[in-house]
Design a protein around this ligand. Sequence first.
Ligand code: AMP
Length: 145
Amino acid sequence: MSEYRHILLAVDFSNQADFVAEKARALATQHQAKLSIVHVLDNIPMPDAYYGTVISLTENSDDPLLEAEKSKLMVIGEQLNVELSNRWMLWGIPKQQIIHVAEQQQVDLIVVGSHGRHGIALLLGSTANSILHTAKCDVLAVRLK
Ligand code: AMP
């Protein structure tokens, strides 16, 4: 059986993000794989940043919205025991930046929820759908009702 060595969890901080995170954690344990997490900022304005900008999690900014998003990622990172250097926050379009991190970090499995903040109008949320079609590695879309 092929083993996964590096798993990337895409977290959107929606209600069911913890359920998806638990699946990623279980898989990482089972495969003794490195676990990384990524959140893409697409809901707060970042006037001075270009798409793909990596947001530092250690330097404080004076933007309370940004600091709140960082705290959420840090909490999930602690819960899942993810090393600080494997926690990613970028500014841009989620489907693009998640793929970008996966390729750059040589991830072999991306874990996403079947749906996120954008609702369940489609059989598969747009981010999950796009990642399934464009990722070069395996993708697990955790079924959310
Ligand atoms: P959606 O396409 O919005 O229904 O989201 C499906 C899944 O894509 C979510 O459950 C997350 O795993 C992932 N995702 C969506 N938006 C983001 C985001 N901004 N940052 C990281 N992951 C995301």
